[in-house]
Design a protein around this ligand. Structure first.
Ligand code: ATP
Ligand code: MN
Length: 479
């Protein structure tokens, strides 16, 4: 007999028929007459209830059917008598494929803390919470490809190992095969990277953008979706050392078109998750609501997770310039009462507390901030006519802060070279990048969306370590 997934069993399509199911035992309870075994195979947040009659299954036969064990069960799918599920399986055969010693198996019926589950990340997939999170993550990833595919974007695989350290997005991880104890040295005592694997110093990429731009100058619209690495020692709930980024890059786009695309994209993938993972998101929402009950009234969320997501999908994002944002902050009571830790004045990089104030207190919706001072943004962002600001845009989301960073790119060779000089990047190092400004250059724009921050937003998970299967953070690369 062919195995049917739990999700399909629960649809009831096979009611009245014999079915075969395989999965992992979540719970077993029962009495003298009957045992109820809840089985999950990851296809849905819901378990299928298996009913094992004591007449057919002795205590001995069920002794290894314990939480965590892998089982193969056949029986008839019937309408359920009990509450909580529409269909259940009346077991005819039960085979234990893999035991899970109840004394040793760390996941028991009780609720475990997220911190504890992080230490057993290899098993946490089997909990309701992480099952839901990673199904949502999967759906979002699929939606990313679907969105761009529908729009005719070409998916580009940009390199993970890069020799340019000019991307400027953060500290990099070195990639080398040199002997760390005794590396070859140049005459002046430096490590001699010409003897390294690639004949030069290389790192893990912090962004695929520069290469993405090259491809956009041929395909018009491209996107990347791959891992990026930052050796920033920031132990926050929003930073990973290894995270996934989506970076579309579009020829003939200006900043407004860039912002429009980003907004449409974010709404599309959230809507797709709401349509395809409703039960998971509902479950995660209930989890948050429960968590909230332990908090004082003023710290509780105003909207449930579902309400928040519906709201984002159905309303326009707010758009303000950096200069307007600074004015809003300066005029806020929060500022006047000196409640910001970091000072506010034109020219500062917005701190997380400022971003959150704008999004959560002032506008109460996602905000696209544009036209930042040029000195706090990357060299490749297009200089505005005022000579002070660049055509940058950050999208700030409630509860997360910055979720997208993007810009219209500087397509004018002379200005680009000037800006590179200003930040100490040598023309020779980026000769290939500058070539796109020499040969058929055109106005273009793009952005980077941090995938994990997006997953955090949709799942409501507070810590970025809980939305990637095996998080890489300072002092932590287990599994
Ligand atoms: P932040 O100020 O939050 O550190 P950033 O300005 O360094 O972000 P960008 O270089 O613009 O970010 O990267 C684009 C996007 O990648 C960000 O908007 C964010 O969503 C995501 N991102 C950046 N750094 C990290 C990180 N360390 N871990 C996870 N996501 C990140
Ligand atoms: Mn950063």
């Amino acid at each position: 007999m062919q195995r049917t997934k739990v999700k399909d069993l629960l649809s009831g399509a096979a009611a009245g028929q014999d079915v075969l199911l395989k999965g992992w035992v979540r719970t077993k309870r029962g009495n003298k007459y009957v045992n109820f075994i809840a089985v999950n195979d990851g296809s849905t947040i819901n378990n299928i209830q298996v009913v094992a009659d004591a007449n057919n299954f002795s205590e001995e036969a069920l002794k290894d059917v314990t939480t965590g064990a892998a089982v193969s069960i056949s029986g008839e799918l019937v309408a359920s008598q009990g509450k909580g599920q529409a269909f259940e399986v009346q077991a005819k055969t039960i085979e234990v494929l893999g035991k899970a010693d109840p004394e040793a198996y760390p996941l028991q019926k009780k609720a475990h803390s997220l911190e504890f589950l992080r230490e057993i990340a290899h098993l946490r997939f089997r909990t309701n919470t992480f099952g839901a999170v990673f199904r949502v993550r999967n759906t979002l990833a699929f939606a990313v490809h679907r969105f761009f595919n529908e729009k005719g974007f070409v998916y580009m695989h940009t390199p993970i190992i890069t020799a340019s350290d000019a991307e400027g997005a953060g500290e990099m991880f070195r990639v080398t095969t040199l002997d760390p104890i005794n590396p070859p040295k140049t005459e002046d005592g430096q490590v001699n990277y010409t003897e390294d694997f690639f004949g030069k110093a290389t790192n893990l990429t912090v962004s695929g953008q520069l290469e993405g731009e090259l491809a956009a100058m041929a395909f018009s619209d491209i996107y990347t979706f791959g891992p990026t690495f930052r050796a920033e020692n920031s132990n926050t709930t929003r930073h990973l050392a290894e995270f996934w980024m989506i970076e579309p890059e579009m020829a003939f786009y200006d900043l407004k078109m860039n912002a429009d695309l980003a907004e449409e994209f974010i709404k599309y993938i959230i809507r797709y998750a709401l349509e395809n993972n409703r039960e998971d998101i509902e479950f995660l929402g209930q989890r948050l609501t429960e968590e909230d009950k332990a908090k004082p009234q003023n710290e509780r969320q105003e909207m449930t997770l579902l309400e928040k997501l519906e709201f984002v999908v159905n309303n326009d994002f707010e758009r303000v310039t950096y200069t307007e944002a600074i004015d809003i902050l300066l005029n806020s009571n929060h500022y006047k009462k000196k409640k910001f830790q970091y000072d506010v004045k034109w020219g500062i990089d917005l701190q997380s507390e400022h971003e959150r104030y704008l999004v959560e207190k002032h506008f109460k919706k996602p905000v696209i901030v544009t036209d930042y001072p040029k000195d706090i943004k990357a060299f490749y962002m297009r200089l505005n006519d005022d000579g002070k600001t660049v055509a940058a845009m950050d999208i700030l989301a409630p509860g997360i802060g910055e979720i997208v960073g993007g810009s219209q790119r500087e397509e004018r060779l002379d200005i680009l070279v000037e800006r590179m000089k200003g930040v100490g990047i040598h023309e020779e190092d980026l000769w290939w990048y500058l070539d796109t400004r020499r040969f058929g250059g055109c106005p273009h724009a793009g952005f980077g969306l941090g995938f994990e921050r997006m997953v955090q937003f949709v799942t409501g998970m507070g810590n970025i370590r809980d939305v990637i299967p095996f998080p890489r953070t300072p002092q932590n690369a287990e599994f």
